[in-house]
Design a protein around this ligand. Structure first.
Ligand code: ZN
Length: 94
């Protein structure tokens, strides 16, 4: 079972949370073309690996969280608030 650590409530079962959406998607401008809006609303990337997502603690404090989760293993590597940015992997020196 997936367990998510809410920064306010602590670690809880995922059934207390609701998936929001891909946290990397950017809302188009209001005057964008119909094709751009169609793609934004209906097209999804099916990521296999690390994925940055919005989740809401709907049965708890109702806060929105940003969660970095591996879609293959369901391992959560980072949780923050929506305005936070996950740490970037360090670049290797050559
Ligand atoms: Zn909470």
């Amino acid at each position: 079972m997936l367990r998510i650590k809410c920064p306010y409530c602590g670690t809880r079962e995922h059934t207390e949370f609701t998936y929001g959406e891909d946290a990397k998607r950017i809302l188009p401008d209001t005057d964008a073309s119909l094709d751009v809006w169609n793609t934004y609303v209906f097209a999804r990337h099916n990521v296999a690996g690390e994925h940055l997502e919005y989740w809401q603690h709907t049965l708890g404090c109702r806060a929105w969280l940003k969660v970095q989760r591996n879609t293959l293993t369901h391992t959560i590597s980072w949780i923050g608030l929506p305005q936070d940015t996950p740490p970037q992997p360090e670049e290797e020196c050559s």
